[in-house]
Design a binder for this molecule. Sequence first.
Ligand code: SF4
Ligand code: SF4
Length: 424
Amino acid sequence: MALNDFRPMMERCSNCAGCKFIPFDKIKSIRFAENCPSIGYYNFMTYSARGRFQLSQSLLDGRTQLDDTVTEAIHSCTSCGYCDVGCKVTRYNLETLEHNIEQKAYAVENGKVLEGQKPVIENLKKEQSMIPGTKKANRTDWAKDLKLKDLFKEKAEVAFFAGCKYSYDPKLQKIAQSAVKLLQSAGVDLGYLGAADNCCAGRAHQMGFFKEFKDRADANIKAFETAGVKTIVTPCSDCYHAFKRQYAKLGLNVKVLHVVEYVDQLIQEGKIKFTKTVPLKVTYHDPCHLGRLGEEYIPWEGKEKKILNQIHTWEPRRPRYNGAYGIYDAPRNILRAIPGITLVEMERIREYSWCCGAGGGCSESNPEFSAWTAGERITEANATGADALVTACPWCKDNFVNAVDENGNKIEVLDIIELVQQAM
Ligand code: SF4
Ligand code: SF4
């Protein structure tokens, strides 16, 4: 689609503000009622989904120019998808997230990108990694002492895909290593792509760099197909979303699991057993791309039509992604199964979860906005009285570890795999 194809949606938006707050019947306190980090931080209508629709109309009509201020506003969106869920509480015919990302692509096509985005995309093109400064030659170093089968040389039932963050960040590599050992100890026959392992480029898509995303996705799909991959398991929420939703749209036909889904299943089958107690009160952060954006891709082809020249609908009926079927129970089941852990919930959870701030490339391009967004979540986590904030995504973990809340408070941040490991 092109930006102009979203015009009917721009015109249909009813200015109801549902994209800015969690549903009114779910609000527990005014402090945690908002749910769009972008308008929350910049405090100006253009930064909300509603404002972004209006901005596109104005750009397409030639009333606004794509200057530096507008470029900054367009890219200051974490692509967290809350606006989309909030909008669909009452509306069925607007795709705010798809529009936000298309608007970014419009800016990218016109050469309007942020300085912080350039090294990320250059590194993706040169080294097939979204982390500036990292080299393709070192991508699989994290896996060298693991007995992962190279799927181009021998068969394995499941392909493990670590993603850039777990592959390169020395603080996070051990989590990917633990996840591999955990699955292997439960009898899972694991392989990986070896030299063909590259970035999923899901974040490039979130940032509106469609060509760079498509080039990488096509190459990765070919690699998965050549290696005969039937099931992919990943500990990264961004990779999970990329494979399950974006690659599926491009034709990848494999089963995609996040590590939490697999571990939950193995616990239920009795293949993972806990022997130690972990006395900790924790709260769980739902990563956007595992939670509300973790729903399965449903192929659809059809067209928009009007009933009585008034009501917009689609023929045949179109899938409605409203976050309800994201991955929420598996991580909570794991936490409840670990002896000694008490799970307390934050106010904004599941499809109404607040973003960690790292999405859409904002941790690189808009670090202050990104840190503020993470700090808001730390405030919310601290309000529960939890000892630790647990998540299932390396981008969330890193952003929380680096952030402090409005009072300068931090919280211990753990990947769920670290807790599983402690309890083994
Ligand atoms: S919730 Fe949807 S319809 Fe309401 S203002 Fe936001 S984008 Fe427009
Ligand atoms: S995707 Fe997230 S940050 Fe972007 S406009 Fe929607 S709610 Fe705000």
